[in-house]
Design a protein around this ligand. Structure first.
Ligand code: MN
Length: 441
C-alpha cells in the first residue's frame, strides 16, 4: 500500500519554529523525523521529533495532552525511552501521530505556548540510538558496488550467478551499533599479506567506510509466516543513514567461506534521526530499471506496487576530513554522491526475501542496503572502490592522499530528498572519527 499524501506533505506549510522554514534546513515541518535524546538532568533517553534546530520532547507533549486525535496506546508509547513500541503500532497510528505533531508545530498552532515548553535546542541535548535494535542484517543491493568490488578480485566474472536472483545479505552485530559522533577504534585482527606465509595479529591498516541507508522495521511478522512482497512496504517504519565501517585486510583473510565477521563488527554508525516512510512519500519512485537480458525476479519478489513505487529518490553524500584538514580549518571534502534509487533490490524486496523462509522480523530490526554506489566515477560509496583496492590513492584538497583511513580521519554521511512540488527534507548527519588501535598486550 502506497502511503497517501495528505496535508502534512503540503509544500506551503510552515512551522512557528522559524529555523524550520529556512531553505536547505534538514528538518522542515514536512519531515518530523524521530529520535531520542538525553540531557544533563535526565539520564534515561526521551523520544523526540526534530523541527528546525530544535527537538520536541514527545513524552512531555503526550503528558501535557498536546497530541490531539492520538489514542492512549500511542501516547504511552511516546513516553517510552525507545521507539520500538511506537514502531510496532502500525501505519494508522503513525499517521495520526504525524498529523497531531504537524498541527502542534504548525504556524497556526492553537497550543503553541504549551508546545514551546516541550522544545529545546538540538545543541543542548545528546542524541542516542533511538531504537533497541534486536537484529541487524546488511545487504549488498547496489549492483554497481557489487560489480566494482567483484571486478577487483574476479575481473572476468565480477558478479556471482546468484546476484540477479536474490538480495545477498549477512547477519550483522547489534551490540556495536553506535550513534553519530561516537569515535570508532581501529580494530586489531588477523592479517594475511599476500607475500606472507602465515597471518599476523596486528592493527588493521585498511580501514574503510561504507555509505549505506538502513530501513527500520515497524510491525513485524510471526515466525513461520512470510511477509508478501505487496505488503512489505507497510512494515517499514522509516530510514536512517548508516556507515558500515570495514577492515578490508581482516575481511580479505576471514570472509571465506561464511562471509564477513570481525571485519565488520567493531563499529557501525547510524544517524540519530529516523525519517519516516510517510515523510518520504513524495519521493517514491519506481524500482530500479533492469537492463535487457537480466532475469525477471521470481514471483515472491515481484509486485506491481513495488515496481511502480518501491524506490526512494534519495541522494546520499560522503565527506572526508583528516585531522590535518580539521586543524587547518579546511571544510570536509565530498568524496561521493550516490542515489538510493540505483539499488538493484528495493527495501520491500529485501524485507520479503528475508522473511520468505518464515524468519520473523520484530519492531526495531534494522535492514541495511549495503554500500550505495552508482554508475559514475564520483558515485563510489567506499574507499575500496574509489582507490581500486588501494592502487589509486584519493587526492584531498590539502594535497594529502588516502588509500584507506588513518587515525583522526572523520567520515560524515549526509542525505536529502528533493523534487519540484515538494519541500526538501534531510537526514541530518552520520559521522564518526577513527581513533588509534588499543595498545596490544
Ligand atoms: Mn556493508
Amino acid at each position: 500500500m502506497k502511503t497517501e499524501l495528505n496535508e502534512t506533505h503540503d509544500p506551503r506549510a510552515r512551522s512557528f519554529v522559524e529555523s524550520a522554514n529556512t531553505s536547505g534546513c534538514d528538518f522542515p515541518i514536512q519531515n518530523l523525523p524521530f529520535g531520542a535524546f538525553t540531557n544533563g538532568q535526565k539520564s534515561s533517553p526521551r523520544l523526540c521529533v526534530a523541527i528546525g534546530d530544535k527537538v520536541l520532547d514527545l513524552g512531555e507533549a503526550a503528558g501535557r495532552g498536546l497530541l490531539g486525535g492520538v489514542d492512549d496506546v500511542t501516547c504511552e508509547a511516546c513516553k517510552e525511552p525507545y521507539l520500538n513500541s511506537l514502531m510496532g503500532l502500525g501505519s494508522a497510528r503513525w499517521t495520526a501521530l504525524r498529523r497531531a505533531l504537524f498541527r502542534l508545530l504548525g504556524e497556526n498552532s492553537v497550543t503553541r505556548a504549551e508546545a514551546e515548553l516541550c522544545l529545546c535546542s538540538q545543541r543542548n541535548v545528546t542524541m542516542v540510538v533511538p531504537v533497541q535494535i534486536g537484529d541487524y542484517t546488511d545487504f549488498y543491493a547496489s549492483v554497481h558496488h557489487a560489480s566494482n568490488v567483484g571486478s577487483l578480485f574476479r575481473p572476468e566474472n565480477p558478479l556471482f550467478p546468484n546476484y540477479k536472483w536474490l538480495p545477498i545479505g549477512y547477519h550483522g552485530r547489534t551490540s556495536s551499533i553506535v550513534v553519530s559522533g561516537t569515535k570508532v577504534r581501529r580494530p586489531c585482527g588477523q592479517l594475511m599479506p599476500s607475500s606472507a606465509g602465515q597471518p599476523q595479529f596486528a592493527p588493521s591498516n585498511r580501514i574503510d567506510y561504507e555509505v549505506e541507508v538502513g530501513a527500520l522495521v515497524g510491525v513485524g511478522n510471526e515466525l513461520g509466516e512470510a511477509i508478501p512482497i505487496a505488503e512489505a512496504d507497510d512494515h517499514i517504519f522509516g530510514l536512517c543513514l548508516l556507515n558500515d565501517w570495514s577492515a578490508r585486510d581482516i575481511q580479505f583473510w576471514e570472509y571465506q567461506p561464511l562471509g564477513p565477521f570481525l571485519a565488520k563488527s567493531f563499529g557501525t554508525t547510524v544517524s540519530p534521526w529516523i525519517v519516516t516512510a510517510e515523510a518520504l512519500a513524495p519521493f517514491r519512485v519506481s524500482s530500479c530499471h533492469r537492463p535487457a537480458g537480466d532475469p525477471e525476479p521470481l514471483p515472491y519478489l515481484t509486485a506491481p506496487n513495488d515496481a511502480e513505487s518501491g524506490g526512494f529518490d534519495m541522494t546520499v553524500e560522503a565527506y572526508l576530513r583528516t585531522s590535518a584538514m580539521r586543524e587547518a580549518n579546511c571544510p570536509p571534502h565530498r568524496v561521493s554522491r550516490s542515489r538510493l534509487c540505483d539499488m538493484y533490490w528495493t527495501f520491500a524486496q529485501i524485507l520479503a526475501h528475508q522473511t520468505s523462509n518464515g524468519c520473523n522480523l520484530r519492531p526495531g530490526d534494522l535492514l541495511a542496503s549495503g554500500t550505495l554506489s552508482g554508475p559514475g566515477e564520483d558515485e563510489h560509496g567506499c574507499l575500496l572502490e574509489i582507490t581500486r583496492g588501494g592502487a589509486r590513492p584519493l587526492l584531498l584538497p590539502d594535497g594529502t592522499q588516502r588509500t584507506f583511513l588513518e587515525d583522526g580521519d572523520e567520515v560524515t554521511l549526509r542525505a536529502f530528498c528533493e523534487r519540484s512540488g515538494a519541500v526538501r527534507i534531510g537526514f541530518g548527519e552520520c559521522s564518526g572519527t577513527v581513533i588509534a588501535a588499543a595498545r596490544q598486550h
